[in-house]
Design a protein around this ligand. Sequence first.
Ligand SMILES: *Cc1c(COP(=O)(O)O)cnc(C)c1O
Length: 378
Amino acid sequence: MTEGGGPAVPLLDLQAQYRPLRSELLAAVARVCDSGQFILGPEVEELERELATALDVEHAIAVSSGTDAILAVLMALGIGPGDEVITSTYSFFATAGCITRVGATPVFADIAAETCNIDPASVRRALTPRTRALMPVHLYGLCADMDPLMEIAATAGIPIIEDACQAIGARYKGRQAGSIGTAGCFSFFPSKNLGAFGDGGLVTTNDAGLAREVRLLRNHGAEPKYHHRRIGGNFRLDALQAAVLRVKLPHLPAWTEGRRRNALQYDTLFRSAGLSEVVRLPVEPANHYHVYNQYVVHLPERDRVRQALSAKGIGTEVYYPVPFHLQECFASLGHAPGDFPQAERAAAAGLALPIYAELTAAQQATVVSALQETLSPR
Ligand SMILES: *Cc1c(COP(=O)(O)O)cnc(C)c1O
């Protein structure tokens, strides 16, 4: 613990990002309060234009959360009962939860050990005549291996929905995450790389028809007002969140570079501490641009190590301790331990370390030497 009583190195320090932008952010909030327009409206429309440019897509539709972005896309594509959607067994819950919420069946695929992203070979084995979509996740900020996935989807004649909630600004062969498949889904949850002051999300697509449908569903399917062709939901974004995001968006490239610089620094520190054999570090394959929403290492005795770091005031997290196929709510799908061994291994060994842009070199050194003390033979 530091003198102030806070942790020596927190997992995430949102105050460090907020402080230099405070007056600009509060002015943006005041602007919305003075306008009296609190839901959708000009702030949201401006944000959509700015994000469409930044993410290199024709259509960007701001919604209430990343979860609702996924839900709205599945609804817009007409996916429902009797349909199967293939996704990674190893992600944040929303990915699989939304598939079930529209009445479809999630069909899980294992991950590739190196990247923790969906394994195309496992996707091929999961295909059936009922497969209606493929939803890869760009986990931790690294794009899934899109070329083989696009080929599988094209052959099967199904759309790809990119769960890019952790990957805003990530690139695959020069292309922006969320611009490669039929649609992309983003989250502005505060701990994501572009975080609002509450919930928010985004759908991206180059398909004008799909964009129109998502916009319709965002507001209960009403067009014009009180006339409903389809049943949607309240997936609208607040103007306050849009105003906050518009202040932050221009800083995103620099924040991402900060995360990448810290990842590189960890690599150096782990190597010089002689830990690169014991601790498996995240990789950035050729032609990828990793945005490190999380920096996840894999190591032995993960839970003991996590406790020891916590005792030294170092914040860490486990993303994610239980893969989807072993979750209680999916028991009816009939899976058992051993079905997706790579995901199960990652769930047992993965540990997220602090990686936020404002993290200092001294803090990183503290993290690595604490790990060295904890892992060295006693
Ligand atoms: C955060 C996240 C979501 C959900 O986003 P919310 O804005 O929290 O609803 C979905 N998928 C992944 C992979 C995420 O990390």
